[in-house]
Design a binder for this molecule. Structure first.
Ligand code: ARG
Length: 483
């Protein structure tokens, strides 16, 4: 298409078309108002392509220089907000190409040699997403660091661990937080893995079948940083697949969904813990809102919204995976619909990770060099809650089993003890020794050690358990990993 023809797209695409598009159809088919955010990747991809065309003698080196010059100006115009995006030019690719041709003439028209918008857009999205993934990984690490930081200060703080949201066994608050660090560490691994499959070059697939020009695809891949750990160029090896594969977008959105699910679980706990009935933690006022009618309220809007936005990201995953299911090879215009869900997934995850890292870990005070305003922990409330609900009943059963009672019998014996404590409205540790011995004669004075919250924690000293010594080992491991 010549620039003249591009300009005239408002009338019709080419001589082949007998009538222009209606405004409605133009709006329906255009993507420029959302895909313009790909502009950096589009220019980057075009320059790598043009450099290779020149190196292969397919265009002249003066053409490449003119393209470089034109692109530099376009970059400036876009950055300064002076670039005129035109709906008539449909998408980011045609807008930039038309402007390039306006600026540098025939050299601009040569840029599209051996290339199609099909391999161009697939390349742009991959380049863009690759860089976004790097930013997201950095934020994920920030959040993990924030959680580890809070964990470090609360190894000895005990709260009730729940199963079925019923008091189960006492655990360290640090241990609880480190469970989320494990989740976010897996999210980080998943993003690294998706990045490998995202960082492959479709360019050179052309429309669908490859091209008649002697392209050096590996050179383009290398100049775009599409290489593996050993420096080997990463190129999509089948042109039909190259232009139509959106697995990387689906995989990314799946990884993002899972990460949001983890954030949503953490949100749910924060919301519970902040309620008056728990009173375990507070988050800084700037993450909460008041009520227009109830003056006493401080609502956890940020965690609630994060929980809500999880639905939106999971929705994008459903959207993308459904987008692909009926598509024959190769490129279909359906694929243009990959962008908004992908963009919104990145935006939502990015903002959520950023806000959570700050909400948990606080903000750096430039004067003191310390982080301030993170989560505030009410250890007394946590411990008081752990005292209720017979959280150490399993410890008593283990105590009896270690004295030789079969565990099932010990379990039953302790159930009787819990029943008795319930009717006396006291904790197991508050039952006098004589009463406890009434349940089993092997019970001695040392039983109170295992009935205490601290004793219960200390006793779980196996790899991955909640004993403070284990937690400190895990904190060391995370600190090393997150350095
Ligand atoms: N805007 C299009 C997209 O996002 C670019 C590719 C268009 N290719 C085509 N043959 N119409 O998918």
């Amino acid at each position: 298409m010549t620039s003249n023809q591009l300009d005239k797209k408002s009338q019709a695409w080419s001589a082949l078309f007998s009538e222009p598009m209606s405004d409605l159809v133009k709006r329906y088919t255009a993507s420029v108002f959302f895909d313009q955010r790909l502009w950096r990747a589009d220019i980057q991809g075009s320059l790598a392509h043009a450099d290779m065309l020149a190196a292969q003698g397919i265009i002249g080196s003066e053409d490449f220089q003119a393209i470089e010059r034109g692109m530099a100006q376009i970059r400036q115009e876009i950055e300064a907000g002076q670039f005129e995006w035109q709906l008539d030019l449909e998408d980011v690719h045609l807008n930039i190409e038309a402007r390039l041709t306006q600026l540098v003439g025939d050299a601009g028209k040569r840029l599209h040699t051996g290339r199609s918008r099909n391999d161009q857009v697939a390349t742009d999205v991959r380049l863009w997403l690759r860089d976004e993934i790097d930013g997201l990984i950095a934020l994920l690490r920030e959040l993990q660091n924030a959680l580890v930081g809070v964990a470090q200060d609360h190894v000895e703080v005990i709260l009730p661990g729940f199963t079925h949201l019923q008091v189960a066994q006492p655990v360290s608050f640090a241990h609880h937080l480190l469970a989320y660090v494990e989740m976010f560490a897996r999210d980080e691994e998943r993003l690294q893995d998706v990045r490998r499959r995202t960082n492959r070059l479709p360019l050179g697939s052309a429309a669908l079948a490859g091209t008649t020009y002697p392209l050096d695809r590996e050179r383009v891949a290398r100049s775009l940083g599409m290489v593996d750990e050993t420096g080997q160029a990463q190129v999509c090896m089948n042109s039909l697949d190259g232009v139509s594969d959106r697995d990387f977008a689906i995989e990314f959105t799946a990884a993002a969904s899972l990460c949001m699910v983890h954030i949503s679980r953490l949100s749910e706990e924060l919301i519970l813990w902040m309620s008056q009935n728990f009173g375990f933690v507070r988050i800084a006022d700037r993450f909460t809102t008041g009520s227009s009618i109830m003056p006493q309220k401080k609502n956890p809007d940020v965690p609630e919204l994060a929980r809500g936005k999880t639905g939106r990201v999971v929705g994008h995953l459903m959207g993308l995976i459904t987008l692909m299911k009926g598509q024959p090879l190769a490129y279909n215009k359906d694929n243009q619909e990959d962008k908004e869900p992908l963009f919104d997934t990145v935006d939502t995850l990015r903002d959520t990770l950023r806000i959570f890292a700050e909400m948990v870990g606080g903000q750096l005070n430039p004067v003191t060099g310390k982080k301030e305003g993170g989560i505030t922990v009410n250890s007394q409330a946590m411990e008081a809650a752990a005292q209720k609900g017979y959280a150490t009943a399993t410890d008593l059963a283990d105590y009896l089993a270690k004295k030789g009672l079969p565990f099932r019998d010990a379990h039953e014996t302790v159930a009787h003890a819990v029943k008795a404590a319930t009717s006396h409205q006291c904790d197991l540790s508050e039952l006098p020794l004589a009463v406890l011995q009434g349940f089993h004669p092997s019970i001695e004075k040392d039983v109170y050690e295992c009935l205490s919250l601290r004793g219960s924690l200390q006793a779980r000293n196996t790899l991955g358990g909640t004993a403070p010594a284990q937690i400190r080992t895990q904190i060391e491991r995370h600190l090393l990993r997150l350095k």
